[in-house]
Design a protein. Sequence first.
Length: 381
Amino acid sequence: MAGLRVLLLSAYDATSHQQWRKGLEANLPAYDWTVLTLPARHFNWRIRGNSLSWALTQRERLSRPYDRLIATSMVDVATLRGLVPALGTVPTLLYFHENQFAYPLSHQAEERLEPKMVQLYGALAADIAVFNSEYNRQTFMQGVAALLKKMPDAVPPGVMAQLAGKSSVLPVPLETRHVVKPSSQQRGHLQIIWNHRWEYDKAPEVFFAALQQLSARGVEFTVHVVGQRFRRVPPLFWEMREKLAAHAGEWGWIEKRENYLRLLRQAQVVVSTARHDFQGLGVLEAVAAGCLPLVPDRLAYPEWFPARWRYPSTPEDSGQEALSLAVRLQELAEMQKNGGLPRAPDVSYLGWERLGSRYRALIEESVIQSRENDSWTELPS
């Protein structure tokens, strides 16, 4: 459907959100894209204030005639459509990179209701709600159900039925065209990469504890600690750089993507210790480049990788989880030393080449229906 006019909104334009929206523009060039973004900072203000920011500063652009509206779940779609009436009749797809119902809190943070309500209202206001993994979809649905049960009164029936009827799963595609896998395994010591945001929800303490165990056992390895950093970096990252100096490779954000992809091709193993990964895009990218995954047996990872690439999940006992990871890393280090590492799992089915047609079908699907015909039938007990 060439010439389709699409308004794309990313209200908290973090790295994975940028990759997704740029991928849409690059891989679906027949559409006429209008894109608005806001920086990934000041979370509480951003998720609640984006509709106000855009409605009063971008009203002319938002009021143009569009055939489709695509927004991330950080966008306060329900309020924005109220503040800009022209958007009220535009078929709307809401994309969930994450959901606030399953986002772990730091020790300092207090649980807040508003981010959850923004996403709930957004899902109800949209015509289609798309999640990047089944884990993401299920935890959102479970979180909404649990929240509604806590409400004292005036909870309408059928909310869960409506959400279930409009939800589906479609991952953020990988740019596999730009990945050149290594032609052969090289002997030598193991090169490990940790390519996640430098924040508490990625459980870096578990990763570093496992590496310290490897070092104490005399295992030879090089570790590359890369990923997005924010203004406040947990001190642990700099402390571990000193303690693991003999093993440290790249340490910090890599600005140029070609350099980052080169590092992925150089490494043999990518590790996650996350408490929060709704898709695990960084891990999947590394696997596409030839890395073997070592991931916890939780979150979205069982959807992507067989059991051999998952270590036991014991988030309630970080010491045991670090030990489990260290044991698996040591096994791979011995295999690498002898030149016997297996091939990485095939994730080509998650590339744009395979998923692009599914995105096109979703966007072009006639999803708008009269609000008077919306079904609010209660789910059978």
